[in-house]
Design a protein around this ligand. Structure first.
Ligand SMILES: Nc1ncnc2c1ncn2[C@@H]1O[C@H](COP(=O)(O)OP(=O)(O)OP(=O)(O)O)[C@@H](O)[C@H]1O
Ligand SMILES: [Mg+2]
Length: 198
């Protein structure tokens, strides 16, 4: 069983969108997957109420900062847990990181979106220092052709890897919230994103 979380301090960077797309992708690969909505805004929970059964995806809400215990209690029943995080640096966020094997950090291609990376890097370093093999990956989302070099330089200074592809701005992503599956090209891209080797 493995846990993949989508986390970033900033709002609106694509955590919920990519968490839903990732969970659908795991499902398509035949895994038993549950999506946990850890954001009090309830975006994925609301999505689950509307479209979860149509996609065959179980979505549960959980916002208390005890994710390691929650994951332990789900270990028997699921092969994969995807966690959609809140836009905050909080005890909930730290608890999600402590319970995760991988954390995907969606950022828009702009410097202000990267200004919380030092906080992530510090928590990741602390967890890894205590023997937790957490693997972080920053992912540029809503890419409209902006130059990524200065942004990649900022990220690599903090020793956090960035995904070699970037996710384009594409109207197919908002349509997930209308219950429309991603087109094959984007679904395959999400499949590459969540493939176990970054
Ligand atoms: N690659 C993309 N192209 C176009 N629109 C996108 C893309 N990724 C996300 N969006 C849209 O951007 C908006 C914000 O995305 P989303 O709700 O996933 O962000 P979030 O990080 O979960 O936000 P919050 O911090 O408020 O929870 C949504 O309307 C979503 O459909
Ligand atoms: Mg969200």
């Amino acid at each position: 069983m493995s846990v993949v979380s989508l986390l970033h301090q900033k709002g609106g960077t694509g955590k919920s969108t990519l968490a839903i797309a990732a969970a659908i992708s795991y499902l398509g690969a035949g895994e038993k997957v549950v999506l946990i909505d850890a954001d009090p805004q309830g975006t994925s929970g609301d999505w689950g109420n509307r479209f979860g059964s149509a996609f065959g995806l179980e979505v549960v809400s959980h916002i208390r900062p005890n994710f390691p215990a929650l994951v332990e209690s789900l270990r028997q029943d699921w092969e994969r847990i995807v966690i959609d995080g809140p836009p905050s640096l909080s005890p909930v966020t730290e608890s999600i990181l402590a319970a995760s094997d991988r954390v995907i950090v969606p950022v828009r291609p702009s410097l202000p979106d990267l200004w919380s990376i030092p906080w992530f890097a510090t928590v990741v370093k602390k967890l890894r220092g205590s023997g937790h093999p957490l693997r972080p990956l920053v992912v540029f989302n809503m890419h409209r052709g902006e130059a990524l070099e200065p942004l990649n330089a900022e990220i690599s200074a903090w020793n956090i890897p960035a995904w070699h592809e970037s996710i384009p701005a594409d109207e197919a992503f908002p349509r997930l919230f209308e219950g429309v599956p991603l087109p094959q090209r984007l679904a395959e891209m999400i499949g590459r994103l969540i493939a176990d080797e970054p």
